[in-house]
Design a protein around this ligand. Structure first.
Ligand code: GCW
Length: 713
């Protein structure tokens, strides 16, 4: 009996050991299996010469030593001597680096940049990893490990790299009770109850993961803010996190609830021009900095979706932002003021952020950034770029992307977001002529701003694999890499991630990359093709509900967005309609305003087109809609086939997990297609062409589906 128990226990322990739970993200440091490559790495990396003992440098040292142990399957010795294969790591002021003659290279990088070069020093061929700051060295160390993890040659290195954006942030929409707004990966990773005394190892791994992709800030709390976070007890908890993150170059930020003076100090008003209110914030900020000396600043959602704000006192966004900006300025803090605003009175939600914010250009303090969502509405599967980009040259605009998949399959759909982000980054605003890309607006080169940034609404929770869907980790990774260098292609980022996360096998890399790169278009096709927008279920936004029209606010109802009738479908934003197109420069307007030239992908964003409208393909709009929805479903089928063909390259746990999720995705895609086509058919009165799979259920059936539980609302 004892034997049986023992065998059983061993078996269980082994399974535990080899269970692939996804916790290690892209920092796995698996052994290099290719013998030739391993031998050459071992010859080129014989020892580590490490200078410095600050917390940041020690973090770099530990990562390098652990990483190399795993990758090379041997302990790489620390050495004070230089021989062939020594990797010399330290910042530019350390003695060895100062001797290496890298002055020119060091001039080419900024404060957070790094250099990785092969150099011959006293006849010995070495690799040098350095930067102008300690965090630069940390970033360089992570990059070096990335090279090894992705099996790149390291025999002749010359990498000179600086982040293109200053602020590279995650925005957590985490509530103090640990629920996460629009979170699909469990509860919040911030265990407020056990902070500040208990430091979960996850916090350190979170910091490592962020630093490995250059993320240098995190807003810990939901933009639908709770003033309690600004009280002393909670600030102590925030401090504990800030202390963990600091060595990794990560600053903490908080969301500021505009009415905090009323809620915390029983004041009668939160008017930003009221002296006592201003003074309250000055004192509060002083307290925060006395607890967290390198506190980053505030992120604010004001006068949007019920949040309090300066307009409650007939003041404008600049008045509100400037009050907070003045309070944090003496400490070098910043304010990120969100432009996500809309109210039910306007005739087009598309236009509102622009209408409220554009006139305020030039009115904000120097340490204010206006944080703008990529599109004018709300993280839809495909949106044109927000017309604010390029329209506020005197104000630094920060990009807000959404990593968490609120409108795009939540925790169950495989959706790689880099192509979604790139579509906007590469869009041309034409504000200073051709080539005025959104990317240039946000990296400050177009209008000469020093304060620049990109934020991703976090998709992280306390699920064992951090992000829920195994592929959702790629979106966190992509945000980091794109905020470092927005010129990286979606394919490059995917390749890096796959090699570090799944496999370096060429077939696996190509196969998985194909799946990832197709996933955006697939999802757009089965959810909202041709420029359809916001036709998801009310509230939780999962699943189709194009018929939705029961909410009190018209601009929360799907029918507001698609406007289907017997003539056609789509939202007329030309001069004949709401004229939202006038918010773009003429060159951009021209691309969209003529119904016959408007790209198919954006047609229904800007036009109310007849069901018979002839599309670029020659099909009628109705037939094109049928074609697109079916293409979307077919793409998911191909993705499933592709995934199944990769079984031998992927560990069983993640293979099965993704396979099951893909089946849900296929069911959902069919649900979307059938529900939407049956619904729009009640207007078009045209048949779904016979070559396509016909819906096997009635519209009534789809209308009666209730998603009772959707997490994250
Ligand atoms: O996308 C919408 C979400 C809200 C969110 C809001 C925002 C935090 O449905 O849940 O609130 O945007 O961005 O402020």
């Amino acid at each position: 009996m004892k034997k049986v128990v023992l065998i059983f226990t061993c078996f269980f322990v082994l399974i535990q050991l080899y269970a692939e739970d996804g916790y290690n993200l892209w920092l796995r440091y698996n052994p290099v299996e290719n013998k030739t490559l391993l031998t050459s790495y071992k010859q080129q990396i014989t020892g580590i010469h490490f200078s410095g003992s600050s917390p940041t440098l020690l973090a770099a040292k530990e990562e390098i030593l652990n990483g190399l142990n795993g990758l090379l399957q041997r302990k790489t010795p620390l050495t004070s001597l230089i021989s062939n294969g020594t990797v010399i790591i330290g910042n530019s002021s350390s003695a060895q680096i100062a001797k290496a003659g890298l002055q020119n290279e060091l001039k080419q990088i900024n404060q957070e940049g790094f250099i990785i070069v092969t150099k011959t020093i006293a006849g010995k061929k070495c690799i040098i990893i350095t930067g102008n700051s300690e965090v630069g060295v940390l970033y360089g160390s992570f990059h070096f490990l990335r090279l090894l993890q992705t099996h790149q040659p390291v025999n002749n290195l010359r990498i000179i790299s600086s982040p293109k954006l200053k602020l590279r942030l995650l925005n957590h929409w985490d509530n103090l009770n640990r629920t996460v707004e629009r979170g699909y990966a469990g509860f919040s990773i911030w265990n407020w109850h056990t902070l500040p005394n208990y430091i979960d190892k996850r916090y350190i791994d979170y910091a490592r993961a962020n630093a490995s992709v250059g993320i240098n800030g995190t807003v810990l709390t939901n933009v639908n803010a709770n003033a309690t976070i600004l009280t002393k007890t909670w600030l102590e908890k925030v401090k504990a996190l800030a202390d963990v993150f600091r060595p990794y170059g990560i600053k903490v930020y908080l969301t500021a609830r505009f009415s905090a003076p009323i809620e915390l100090a029983r004041m009668k008003t939160a008017d930003p021009l009221n002296d006592s209110v201003r003074q309250w914030w000055v004192e509060k900020v002083k307290e925060i900095y006395s607890i967290i000396p390198d506190f980053g600043g505030f992120l604010v959602k004001a006068n949007s979706e019920g949040q309090p704000g300066p307009q409650d006192y007939k003041r404008n966004h600049a008045d509100g932002a400037n009050m907070l900006a003045d309070a944090v300025a003496p400490y070098g803090g910043i304010v990120m003021w969100r432009a996500f605003v809309y109210n039910p009175e306007s005739n087009d939600r598309f236009k509102q952020a622009y209408e409220e914010f554009q006139p305020l250009d030039g009115k904000f303090r120097k340490n204010v950034m206006v944080q703008v969502k990529n599109g004018p509405i709300d993280f839809q599967p495909r949106e044109p770029f927000s017309p604010l980009f390029g329209a506020m040259p005197k104000t630094p605009l920060m990009m807000e992307f959404q990593l968490t998949q609120e409108y795009v399959g939540q925790g169950t759909h495989l959706f790689y977001e880099a192509p979604w982000f790139k579509e906007v980054l590469e869009a041309d605003t034409y504000t200073k002529g051709r080539g005025s890309m959104v990317a240039k607006v946000i990296d400050g080169t177009l209008d000469d701003h020093e304060l620049t940034g990109m934020a991703g609404v976090s998709n992280i929770g306390n699920d064992i694999n951090w992000c829920g869907h195994p592929f959702a980790q790629a979106n966190w990774y992509a945000l980091g890499r794109l905020s470092w260098d927005h010129e990286l292609s979606s394919a490059t980022i995917a390749t890096e991630w796959i090699r570090q996360t799944f496999s370096n096998d060429k077939k696996a890399v190509t196969g998985i990359q194909k799946i990832m790169l197709n996933s955006h278009e697939a999802l757009v096709n089965y959810m909202t093709p041709l420029g359809l927008t916001h036709i998801m279920y009310n509230g939780h936004h999962y699943g189709p509900m194009p018929w939705g029209n029961t909410l009190n606010r018209p601009d929360w109802n799907p029918v507001y967005y698609h406007r289907a009738d017997s003539f056609g479908v789509g939202f007329d934003r030309t001069a004949k309609g709401t004229n939202a197109l006038a918010q773009y420069k003429p060159e951009v307007r021209k691309q969209f305003e003529d119904i016959n030239n408007c790209p198919d992908d954006y047609l229904l964003w800007f036009h109310h087109a007849s069901w018979n409208h002839t599309m670029k393909s020659g099909r009628s709009l109705w037939n094109e809609l049928c074609y697109r929805y079916n293409t979307g479903v077919d793409s998911v089928k191909s993705i499933i086939k592709q995934w199944n063909s990769l079984e031998k390259f992927i560990d069983k746990d993640r293979f099965v997990q993704v396979k099951q999720l893909l089946n849900i995705q296929l069911n959902d895609a069919v649900w979307w297609r059938n529900a939407c086509l049956l619904y729009f058919q009640t207007f078009s009165k045209m048949p779904i062409p016979a070559q396509y799979e016909q819906p096997d259920k009635t519209l009534e059936h789809y209308r009666s589906i209730r998603v009772l539980f959707a997490p994250g609302n």
